[in-house]
Design a protein around this ligand. Sequence first.
Ligand SMILES: [Zn+2]
Length: 499
Amino acid sequence: MTTAERFEERLRSYLRESSEEARAVRVGEKEVSEHAAIVARFSDLFTREQHAELGEAEAVAEADERERLLRLREACAGGIASLELADAYDELQNAVLAERIDFRGESLPLRSAQAKVAVLAVYGEREELGTLAADASARFNDRRLDLMRRGEALDAELSGEVDPVRRSADLKQVDLFELAETLTEAAERQQDAFEALSERWVARLLGDERDAEPASFHVAYIRRMSPLADLYTKERAVPVCLETLGRLGFDLAGESRIRLDLDDRPQKNPRACVIASDPPELVHLITRAQGGLHDYQAFLHEAGHALHYAGCDPALPYTFRRLARDHALTEIYSFLVESVSREPGWHAEHFTLRADEAEERAESTRFLEVLLFRRYAAKLGFELELWSDFEHAPDYAPVYAERLREATGFRYRPDGYLADLDDGFYSADYLRAWIRTAQVRAHLRQRVGADWWERAETGEFLRGLFREGTRPSSEEIAARVGYDPLDTGPLLDELVLAQ
Ligand SMILES: [Zn+2]
């Protein structure tokens, strides 16, 4: 057994254990994270010697083996960072978990408060609780920044690349500035359509008490489509989603490799997620339904990830079942499955609506989609500015607020700039998936038909891709469906011309 093989095998045990720990904390089964203790037990994996050895093997390897070694080396670097920052990270996470907010005589954990903002019916109450939660979250900014600085210094050292933008671009194998430019153009071309949609839907969803420029807290509320929530009940979310997946030929409930956690616990993070502890055998799908269309969309989104991980070929090397250069591939599958909820036919069928009502519901989801797309395109622009001059990070807090305000029409707080920042340019991965999923849908509409969203052929097509695990890049998928990776034509067709 080579060093790399031994490393891969032990990495698998480590990732399984640490994923299970992260899951327990995230779902509120445990109040204190003991991640640091797990990393310490596997500390032999995450050393600079090991990192160098993997790098040396990579330098003389070819093709798939080289790619595999690169991903193992990246995982090793990630582990070294975890090991060195685990205590500080745990401390911050535990402090956030312990943080409470007093709201109208009630003491709420910060996480519950953030979840509650999305479901409060009264505009003024959302303003009040949103402000309290944002104040509380911003109090952790110094610690967030300190952790980021330490992480950045380590990444620079291990990769030998001091420029964080170039480092991410090399890893993702895309030009991030070119991507951002393409997206800015796309956002400009949909400007008028977005304004028309926004005028209609913001008024309808937020009502007459709204400010000319509402605070960003209301975006969470809008995402849930709360005023229309009566139709999309909490109780029906799971059965409707299982039925939706069934049409595509996926039996999620009968799939023993995917563990569903649908319980409601006070400390459970309201954000749905998938934790692929050991794919394809052990994959968790976690959601916390609160009522509203968002539950359905979040469930379908995570189901796309879960089916991808649980659907990979078990004969693939572990690396190509679990490790990726980034998240751009798996987000294609989640975005695609989620997008079924933007089909008028889906609303008509599952919620017994007339055609015009279903059209209207579908339009509301399209509004959300454009809003989120624009938010992420703006986030990427901000992140490129921030990371190009990371030394002066706090100077970019106003840039964050201004870029997001301009793109979405909502008022963002400058001091939210760190809490809203995802690691490693995740925003770029989402945006590549946005472009790609529209390309895949265009392909499916042509190959399977306009009803691709309820045809088993779509499931067959996806199953073929799932088998390849995490090996392909997002850009390779573009080639499979016959598009240039940066072709935003299909995306604009859906989001603009659909007007
Ligand atoms: Zn996702």
